[in-house]
Design a protein around this ligand. Structure first.
Ligand code: ATP
Length: 474
């Protein structure tokens, strides 16, 4: 399935719609329909459960989208959060230069401007020559009240840094620990494209994991993961035009610390557990010249989209840069005191950063097979489709009873009485409903019904709803 086909599928079945389509849409913005909203929420809840609720060393916050503009001066976003732009002098189309060049060559390009000068790429819209325009800032400006110019946050991370001291002091949590946040981010992308891949408004789940730099290689979980294998495109392999190779996690220790590798493995495993095949996932090490000046190392988790291997997750070792910057700008001490070691220091930070829409897109690509959405049970937007064979009061009454029982347990369900019966099975396969239950004449007599699994042709007669709960729990 290519991107256009996936886009039509998502639109047709109510997963995603272009925002304001009745007015012609708006580039870089999408709305999630009834099934998309469920799926997106499922991804978000699973992330939160796995990385916040189930980790006793991670806590969550919910910061504001608009905040004091000083935050963005301190973080460097006002000065440096820019993208290089290519412009067509004839039709005025604009492109993100680094992505444009990435599609032209598989080799790393160190100087974009000279590359453009030499290769003279043509505008895909009108065929005229493209020129390098310079860099543009990606933050959306806004005004609070009548005069305070500020920005919509371009990432969730900074809200965590500015609350670091408050969380430590109020929650009395010891290092190492992480603060997580899930929510909207906004980037005024030069050329939004590839459906949900490059948006102007999207959601991120980020963790800032604070650690004593001397303890960055002291992760108590490392032993458990060190022999696991993972596909990686290393810096050397990119420079020598080699393919990605499978290595053991411990073989990457020269490139990243134990805690950094732990977080990369955790998110990689998250995707595998949600049904993404390991051969469609790889790590890509950032080249030295790609790294922000404060980052010691950065790896992306990439997914093999039909339009190429692309980043769905980024995980950087950000050193003490952000906390130091906020200490300088706000004049608030960001140090912690380690009583055992009797030392004061500013913690270092490892930052796993997950875009929800890119995960959504990868999950959809992976799950659609033979016109069915073979999505994992945890992600399925509708867990149970309730199908009365006739749209008559006694059948619908029974369907309503079951609907209440199932949804009271927290599972999503849908009563479907639309159209011919066989077409309803087909519809539920297409939207990924985990199982359907058919209510027939026998249901009216003894309460039993027929369960059909999406992934098998098998039909099973179930005595009552407890059998459905057992299937949903496992
Ligand atoms: P890219 O190089 O593709 O612009 P990035 O390196 O700037 O991405 P990060 O700043 O590392 O992205 O953001 C972390 C994560 O947020 C990404 O891995 C991605 O999942 C998501 N993300 C970033 N920008 C966008 C966007 N414009 N639309 C959708 N998701 C995004």
């Amino acid at each position: 399935m290519n991107l256009e086909e996936l886009y039509s599928y998502a639109k047709k079945y109510g997963f995603v719609f272009p925002s304001a389509e009745i007015y012609g849409g708006f580039s870089g913005f999408y709305d999630f329909g009834p099934l998309g909203a469920e799926l997106k929420r499922n991804i978000e809840s699973l992330l939160w459960k796995r990385f916040v609720t189930q980790k006793n060393f991670v806590v969550g916050i919910d910061g504001s989208i608009i905040t004091n503009p000083q935050v963005w001066n301190a973080s460097g976003h006002t000065q440096n959060f820019t993208d290089p732009v290519l412009v067509c002098n004839k039709c005025n189309s604009r492109f993100k230069a680094d992505s444009f060049v990435e599609d032209l060559t598989s080799e790393p390009v160190e100087d974009l401007a000279s590359f453009i000068e030499e290769k003279k790429p043509k505008c895909p819209n009108c065929g005229d020559e493209l020129k390098f325009l310079g860099r543009t800032n990606l933050m959306f400006e806004t005004v609070a009240g009548t005069k305070d110019k500020t920005y919509l946050r371009p990432e969730t991370a900074q809200l965590i840094f500015i609350n670091f001291k408050q969380v430590m002091n109020s929650f009395k949590i010891d290092l190492p620990f992480g603060i997580a946040q899930l929510g909207k981010s906004f980037r005024n992308e030069i050329s939004p494209r590839d459906f949900l891949f490059r948006l102007r408004e999207f959601n991120q789940f980020e963790i800032e994991f604070f650690v004593d730099p001397e303890e960055a290689n002291n992760c108590p979980f490392f032993d458990k993961i060190k022999d696991n294998k993972i596909l990686i495109l290393s810096e050397e392999d990119q420079k020598n035009k080699q393919k990605a190779r499978k290595v053991k996690i411990k073989d990457l220790l020269g490139k990243a610390t134990q805690w950094h590798l732990y977080w990369l493995w955790e998110f990689y495993q998250f995707f595998v557990d949600l049904g993404i095949k390991p051969e469609n996932l790889r790590l890509r090490e950032h080249l030295k010249e790609e790294l922000a000046h404060y980052a010691k190392a950065c790896f992306d988790i990439e997914y093999k989209f039909p339009f190429g291997w692309k980043e769905i997750h980024g995980c950087a070792y950000r050193s003490d840069f952000d906390l130091k910057q906020h200490q300088t700008f706000s004049k608030t001490k960001m140090e912690v005191f380690d009583q055992k070691k009797n030392k004061r220091y500013i913690p270092h930070v490892i930052e796993p950063s997950q875009g929800i829409e890119r995960a959504f897109l990868a999950i959809m690509f992976e799950a659609i097979k033979d016109d069915k959405l073979m999505i994992s049970k945890q992600l399925a937007p509708i867990k149970v489709g309730i199908l009365p064979v006739f749209n008559k009061d006694d059948f619908v009454g029974k369907a309503n009873e079951l609907f209440e029982e199932i949804t009271n347990k927290g599972y999503s369900a849908m009563i479907d009485t639309r159209g011919p019966f066989v077409k309803r099975y087909d519809y539920h396969n297409k939207i990924g409903t985990f199982l359907t239950i058919t209510l027939d004449y026998q249901t009216l007599e003894d309460g039993s019904f027929v369960i059909k699994f999406r992934d098998e042709d098998k039909l099973v007669r179930a005595k009552d709803v407890n059998e459905v709960f057992k299937l949903l729990e496992n």
